[in-house]
Design a protein around this ligand. Structure first.
Ligand code: GDP
Ligand code: IMO
Ligand code: MG
Length: 421
């Protein structure tokens, strides 16, 4: 058993990129199993910030093979831009380091357009407008284009024609034209030619890696509460975010998974619409937003900020079968007078430790209140030197989930982490 899954335990942007970068120094393979360029994973190494959306976050380490798995939806233009930015930084982006699954689905220009048109209408949910929903709709509708199809003109034409036919009434209902097929064929064949050396049998490679007991890290995108089945539907993304998605999204068996590491901030954020019980609408929320730099790395949107929600975290721990956790951004809470942690919900006056299947918007959070702290944490590397309040937040998270917190991240840099257990 050689696979460790890293999964977001909240609504995304928990710091997965930093953690994956930090944990993959000795890894052989790092693989993304779902989502697409809706993700924005930030790595800060030696003072330099790199935001990546499609390539796995192990790319700045010297060794691991970075696999874009079959469960992903890939916008080839975004990928090519990302690869060339990485190459400009001196990163090897050849087939030695990057492998794109031939079975990953392709995000087409009409997916992006449909996402944008829908988001301009009255059923908007605040997506990242990267075409993710429509691309997954084509996938389950069995008319999607896959990365391998970009290498075969006949298949590409067949799939495109099926997809454009299927979307035609939707375009009409959105008062828009179906985009002409020929320019898409030409530009996507060109994408195929440009990426051909990187496209291959990623599933076979991953299965070999499992068999050889290589060290494999599966990198989740988004967060558990955005999962298509178990998130705050319909305010969710369109893929399986949870650790179980690593098995289907990569083509390995669940028995290959050794550990599931949930990433949570010491507070909570959410981008886009949907229920958020512990959301702050006051200057404390604004202070956290500013100090935590809580602005979307993909869209630049201000992230909604609130207190850590241990009912939701327990739910995420159970949904993922988490074996350990890493808590990030504890440093951001420094200087607040009071820090709150949600330890239960009240629903119609009844206290509960469960996330309701529906109506999350109706719950009232019950808080434990902790004194603020004024020690800057950025330089701290010793658990014993952490303020009492920070240790209490970790202890509460462990008590409510039954899952140990292994590391506390105290800054965006690779080295800014404190080993807890
Ligand atoms: P991801 O999508 O889960 O990879 O997270 P993002 O990269 O979208 O957002 C996390 C942000 O917090 C990034 O700007 C990181 O550089 C930053 N970050 C990660 N860990 C810490 C931390 O412990 N403290 C602080 N202050 N920033 C952090
Ligand atoms: P990372 O990997 C935060 C949210 C969007 C929206 C919903 C649906 O950086 O944590 P979509 O474009 O996927 O159809 O949007 O999901 N969302 C994210 N929020 N971080 C992400 O990724 C997200 N990916 C999608 O804001 O609410
Ligand atoms: Mg992000």
């Amino acid at each position: 058993m050689s696979v460790t899954v890293i999964v977001g335990a909240q609504w995304g942007d928990e710091g997965k990129g930093k953690v994956v970068d930090m944990l993959t120094e000795g890894a052989d393979v790092v693989a993304r199993y779902g989502g697409g360029a809706n993700a924005g994973h930030t790595l800060v190494v030696g003072g330099r910030k790199t935001v990546i959306r499609l390539v796995p976050s192990g790319i700045l380490q010297p060794r691991p093979l970075c696999v874009l798995g079959p469960g992903m939806v890939i916008d080839p233009q975004v990928l090519r831009d990302e690869l060339s930015s990485l190459a400009k930084l001196g990163v090897d982006t050849s087939a030695k380091r990057v492998l794109i699954s031939e079975n990953a689905h392709v995000v087409m220009p009409y997916h992006v357009l449909l996402d944008q048109l829908r988001e301009a209408g009255r059923h908007a949910i605040g997506t990242t407008k990267r075409g993710i929903g429509p691309a997954y709709e084509d996938k389950v509708g069995r008319r999607g284009v896959r990365m391998g199809d970009l290498l075969d003109e006949e298949t590409l034409r067949g799939r495109l024609s099926a997809a454009l036919d299927a979307w035609s009434p939707t375009f009409a209902s959105l008062a828009s034209e179906v985009p002409p097929m020929e320019p898409i064929v030409q530009s996507y064949l060109e994408h195929g030619r440009a990426l051909t050396s990187l496209i291959g049998d990623a599933t076979g490679r991953l299965q070999d890696a499992v068999e050889r007991d290589e060290i494999i890290v599966a990198e989740g995108a988004q967060g558990s509460l955005l999962d298509i089945d178990h998130g705050t539907y319909p305010f969710v993304t369109s893929s399986t975010v949870l650790a179980s998605g690593a098995a289907t999204g990569l083509g390995i068996g669940p028995t290959a998974i050794r550990a599931v590491v949930g990433i949570t901030k010491a507070y909570a954020t959410r981008v886009g619409a949907g229920p958020f019980p512990t959301e702050l609408h006051d200057d404390v929320g604004e202070r956290i937003r500013q100090r935590g730099g809580e602005f979307g790395s993909v869209t630049g949107r201000p992230r909604r900020c609130g207190w850590l929600d241990l009912v939701a975290l327990r739910h995420a721990a159970r949904l993922n079968g988490m074996s350990e956790m890493i808590m990030t951004k504890a440093d951001v809470l420094e200087g607040l007078d009071v820090i709150r942690v949600c330890v239960a919900y009240e629903i119609d006056g009844v206290r509960s430790s469960r996330v309701p299947g529906r109506d999350l918007a109706r719950v009232k959070p019950v808080f434990e209140e902790l004194p603020g702290f004024s020690t800057p944490l950025g330089a701290c590397r010793d658990a014993a030197a952490l303020p009492q309040t920070v240790r209490r937040i970790v202890e509460l998270a462990e008590q409510h989930t039954g899952v140990p917190v292994r590391w506390l991240s105290v800054g965006p840099e690779r080295e800014q982490s404190v080993r807890l257990s």
